[in-house]
Design a protein around this ligand. Structure first.
Ligand code: DC
Length: 235
């Protein structure tokens, strides 16, 4: 039975690629009975559109025009629709992963995505959002802010496993190189880079299982919101 809260709650989960944010955030949302938004999926969908339209990333005028004509729908953390087409699997392809960080560094792309994300948050009763700038920009008023991290080796291992589950076989070296490059761009960009915001609870998940991380976050949220933690969520 999901929890019900008397007031609207907003949960921000930030962190680098492969830290397990999306799987944890999706499960937290399910357990709390909140909406879930995978903001990385939005940047990926825009990237796919730019690839399909063969747009040069320097062509900012064309990118802005395309952004205005692009329809993005996310079905509560399950499926991603680009102009009505289900692109859930396609946005995980290596070609998209390779280009998504440079695309996400473009200020026009970010301001459009942030506006959409805030609109979705304002429409939701309660929401869990994961990304890179959720606490720093999208929901600075979040009730709970977590920063999930893990060693680069562990993040690469997790990402490789996730990709395998989608039928994509990449060597650990390829996955590591991709993650390192995305970390570098996501942390160094001028517009809302990946940062640890003051007040965020930083959790190094390297030694934790998925279940333990979920339990830890749920315990923090429930304790602070007056819900007693149940036995199932204790680590
Ligand atoms: O979470 P992910 O790996 O699917 O995210 C894909 C890319 O999108 C990531 O390299 C950085 C970018 N991103 C971002 O800049 N801001 C967000 N809120 C979410 C993702």
């Amino acid at each position: 039975m999901p929890d019900t809260f008397k007031r609207k709650i907003k949960v921000a989960i930030d962190g680098p690629a492969g830290a397990g944010k999306s799987t944890v955030a999706r499960e937290i949302a399910r357990r709390l009975g909140c909406s879930y938004l995978d903001t990385g999926a939005m940047y990926r969908a825009v990237t796919l559109k730019l690839i399909r339209e063969r747009v040069a990333l320097a062509d900012l005028e064309r990118i802005e025009a395309i952004l205005m004509q692009t329809g993005l729908d996310l079905e509560n953390g399950q499926r991603v629709f680009l102009d009505g087409e289900d692109v859930t699997l396609e946005i995980r392809q290596p070609a998209v992963s390779k280009l998504v960080s440079p695309v996400a560094a473009i200020p026009a792309v970010r301001s459009r995505m942030v506006a959409l994300q805030r609109e979705i948050a304002s429409r939701s009763t309660s929401i869990v959002m994961d990304g890179r700038d959720i606490a720093s920009r999208v929901m600075p008023d979040a009730d709970y802010s977590f920063y999930l991290d893990a060693t680069p080796e562990e993040r690469a291992r997790r990402r490789q496993k996730e990709l395998m589950g989608q039928g994509l076989e990449l060597s650990i070296d390829e996955v590591t190189a991709g993650i390192e490059e995305r970390d570098r761009i996501d942390s160094a960009r001028a517009d809302s880079p990946l940062v640890i915001t003051p007040g965020a609870l930083v959790i190094d998940t390297t030694e934790f299982t998925f279940k333990e991380v979920v339990a830890l976050l749920l315990d923090v949220i429930r304790a602070e919101s007056g819900c007693a933690p149940d036995a199932a969520t204790s680590i």
